[in-house]
Design a protein around this ligand. Structure first.
Ligand SMILES: Nc1ncnc2c1ncn2[C@@H]1O[C@H](COP(=O)(O)OP(=O)(O)OP(=O)(O)O)[C@@H](O)[C@H]1O
Ligand SMILES: [Mg+2]
Length: 286
């Protein structure tokens, strides 16, 4: 079931309280028993039972009989906790439609003081191993690895956006909570979806931005025509959760892959040839 703005808007304060209790108790239980929720939320047993049925209807909570009866959050519930926090902090006042759905994220339009983008990181069980690679912090065993992995992925992207802000053209990060980042909306199209009048200048500008990021310790790691936006004047580099440092053991391969992907795109689409050695040394300065 899709995360719906109406479901979040119509959330009763007790439903929010129960989501918070489940989240808290999930550090102790794979499936949170109903009695524990009654105890933790300080609501009556009847109220908890009724609210849990509402949360299941909204696709925010899952129930299982095995190995013992209990409840756990699913992505819609976790996203809801994060989005409610952003609303409380005044970052957004309404949630719009979903404008992008990748393997590991969903992107929503929202409204705050201006147009805002919400990126919901959703690292599922399958992609969890990919995220773990090269990140020694993630523990082997955790009751709910997707919660940790999705939070961690958002944290990585938020860190890149905060550090690169004012140095590299990236969206301005507004706030992060749990697995969700609020950032400024870029009014433009992905390079894959637009026709450039001056492709050579745009490619040079991308390389200059990659160099600026590199000099501040960031290699994008997934640079492509899908992660560069053009607003008619400037380019913007988006989608940073998989960045690596220039000191990472595979840094040079990852940087080469980024540069090859983007130069190949300009060759394919605009017949612009680039010398990879030259481009690499422009970025690294050696
Ligand atoms: N700040 C932004 N302003 C406008 N549109 C954005 C912004 N961030 C993302 N988008 C839109 O949402 C789409 C998906 O965003 P993004 O590339 O960050 O995630 P993703 O590709 O889904 O992630 P993954 O690669 O993990 O699947 C982008 O291609 C772009 O169209
Ligand atoms: Mg992307």
């Amino acid at each position: 079931m899709d995360l719906s703005a109406d479901h979040i808007k119509s959330l009763h304060k007790y439903e929010l309280r129960i989501l918070q209790s489940i989240e808290y108790l999930m550090s102790r239980y794979s499936w949170v028993p109903e009695e524990e929720l009654v105890h933790n939320s300080r609501l009556s047993a009847n109220e908890v039972h009724f609210r849990l049925s509402k949360l299941m209807e909204k696709g925010m909570v899952k129930y299982s009989q095995v190995p013992y009866p209990g409840y756990c959050l699913i992505f819609n519930g976790y996203d809801t906790l994060a989005i409610s926090h952003l609303v409380k902090k005044g970052i957004i006042s309404s949630l719009g439609s979903c404008i992008g759905e990748g393997k590991e994220s969903r992107v929503y339009e929202a409204l705050g003081t201006g147009p805002v983008i919400l990126k919901l990181h959703r690292i599922g069980q399958r992609s969890f191993q990919t995220v773990r690679r090269g990140r020694n912090y993630l523990p082997e065993k955790q009751h709910c690895p997707w919660v940790l992995a999705s939070h961690f992925s958002a944290e990585q992207e938020y860190l890149a956006l905060c550090t690169l802000q004012n140095h590299v053209r990236v969206p301005t990060p507004l706030l992060m909570n749990r697995n969700v980042i609020a950032m400024t909306y870029i009014a433009g199209d992905r390079l894959s979806d637009c026709t450039l009048e001056n492709p050579r200048e745009v490619l040079d500008e991308i390389i200059a931005q990659v160099r600026a990021a590199y000099s501040r310790g960031y290699i994008h790691g997934d640079l492509s025509e899908y992660n560069v936006m053009f607003d008619g004047e400037e380019i913007w580099i988006i989608d940073w959760p998989q960045w690596v440092s220039p000191h990472h053991e595979n840094a040079s391969e990852i940087l080469d892959h980024d540069l090859e992907t983007i130069t190949k795109f300009f060759h394919r689409r605009y017949r612009i040839s680039s010398d990879m050695n030259e481009v690499r040394s422009l970025v690294t300065g050696c």
